[in-house]
Design a binder for this molecule. Structure first.
Ligand code: AZF
Length: 451
């Protein structure tokens, strides 16, 4: 039977195909070779903070298996690999003394990637703040902008040129909503006065790192945000207002200051007396010109007014929707809408989809080493087609990083959720490419035509 494709999903020349991970989720050995503890080492070792008490002490043991993992990337034909650096491997105390062994780990990884024709995309901060800096107030201390710029400069001097795409922060919304407002993530605070201060300082740190890069670096630097488009559950004034608040809080709170130099008005409404006064000088520091934006997309939220704290907006489960293991609706159109919205709101800044993927209940590795994950293939196919639709609408999308290369530590959910295109047996640490990995490899090889 000859399947005729009624649409050619070929992607533009130069479109970058890859996969993404983060240090604390895959590396293990968090204190090896002189590294200092991070807030996630502490948080996960605090009873009750993670499912089953799961920690990043072993994770995927990428710290020792990195060469094998790069070989797997090459075998899959990945053109790029997005990863993060653990700050406290580089600066065990957060500032000051550089730990050469920590720097050497990432320098070797970058060289191995380049030797295998894989472009590194390096994220400076993917949630694992050095514990020593948390002891000094962490993201609540205005000095964090200088701490972060110092850390970034160490890496810029060591790796720029081999690394040509840098990311300052991964998902500042998750860092503050999870770590300072609702307390589900490290450092586990639940304080509506702290959350906006942490957000503002994170964005000051982003600006300071970009300024430091312009002094040290010669290539590209950007910011990665998670975007979840909000669709009103009804056209009632309450639901429309709640949708507007939710959109401002999750999707505009970081892009507006970074790209427009101001916060959305709704934030003062949401936080009330907890919304801090911010100076024009701070806003100028935050709004540093960047070379690209990274957008992480997983799902949408149909939104209605409710009595939730402090947003007064909640999501409505869709009775006919398909949901992943993390309870996220599969809604590819939301990715097209997000990419078009970004371009219409912030202009033609190049975009990378720096994370997209899903956790489904995967079967165990079958005889002969297969892991059948048809739902993940379907999810990835639909979202890649959605990106193609946005490109057809004129949006400058430059690349796609599947989340994730490996099954890994899903933060407070421990190892219960598997996002990888490669299965990891957490007992033996054996890697097994899933059907989705082989499928993705074919998509890369056909440059999207096989979608
Ligand atoms: O929840 C899936 C992913 N979302 N973005 C940040 C990553 O660290 C998560 O594992």
């Amino acid at each position: 039977m000859h399947l005729t494709q009624d649409k050619d999903y070929r992607f533009p020349e130069g479109f970058l195909w890859g996969a993404a991970t983060a240090a604390h989720q895959i590396e293990g050995s968090p204190l090896a070779d002189g590294a200092g503890p991070s807030i996630w080492t502490r948080f996960a070792h605090t009873p009750g903070m993670t499912l089953n008490g799961d920690t990043g002490d072993v994770a995927c043991d990428h710290y020792h298996r990195w060469k094998e993992d790069v070989r797997l990337m090459r075998e899959l034909g990945l053109q790029a690999y997005r990863f993060s650096v653990s700050w406290s491997r580089i600066l065990p105390g957060g500032t000051g003394r550089v730990n050469r062994k920590g720097l050497d780990f990432y320098s070797r990884l970058v060289d191995e990637l380049l030797a295998n024709g894989i472009e590194p995309l390096l994220t400076l901060y993917h949630w694992d703040l050095p514990a020593a800096l948390d002891d000094r107030g962490g993201w609540l201390n205005r000095d964090c902008a200088d701490w972060f710029a110092e850390y970034g400069s160490v890496l810029f001097r060591e790796l720029d040129g081999r690394v040509k795409k840098w990311v300052t922060l991964n998902e500042p919304w998750v860092i503050t909503d999870g770590g300072y407002l609702h307390g589900a993530l490290a450092p586990g605070h639940r304080n509506r006065y702290e959350a906006p201060i942490a957000s503002h300082n994170l964005m000051r740190a982003h600006g300071a790192a970009v300024q430091a890069y312009r002094a040290e670096g010669r290539h590209d630097i950007g910011l990665v945000v998670n975007i979840e488009p909000k669709y009103p559950a009804s056209d009632s004034s309450g639901d429309l207002a709640a949708t507007r608040r939710a959109h401002a809080y999750m999707n505009e709170q970081y892009l507006h200051p970074a790209l427009l130099g101001r916060y959305p008005d709704e934030l003062a409404e949401i936080f009330g007396d907890a919304w801090p006064q911010v100076s024009d000088a701070d806003m100028r520091q935050i709004r540093q010109p960047i070379d690209f934006i990274g957008i992480n997309y997983y799902t949408r939220a149909v939104t209605r007014a409710d009595d939730s704290w402090p947003l007064r907006a909640g999501s409505v489960r869709q009775p006919l929707g398909t949901y992943t293991e993390t309870g996220w609706e599969v809604f590819p159109q939301g990715l097209t809408d997000t990419l078009v919205w970004f371009r219409d709101t912030y202009g033609d800044l190049p975009i990378y989809v720096t994370e997209n993927g899903a956790a489904f209940f995967d079967p165990p590795v079958a005889e002969g080493g297969r892991v059948r994950d048809p739902l993940r293939i379907d999810y990835l196919r639909k979202h890649l087609r959605a990106i193609h639709d946005a490109i057809a609408a004129g949006v400058d999308v430059r690349g796609y990083m599947a989340w994730s290369l490996l099954d890994n530590l899903e933060w407070s959910l421990g190892y219960s959720k598997r996002f990888g295109i490669i299965h990891v047996d957490y007992g033996t640490l054996e890697r097994t490419p899933k059907d989705s990995a082989r499928w993705f490899s074919g998509i890369i090889g056909s440059h999207g035509r096989a979608l």
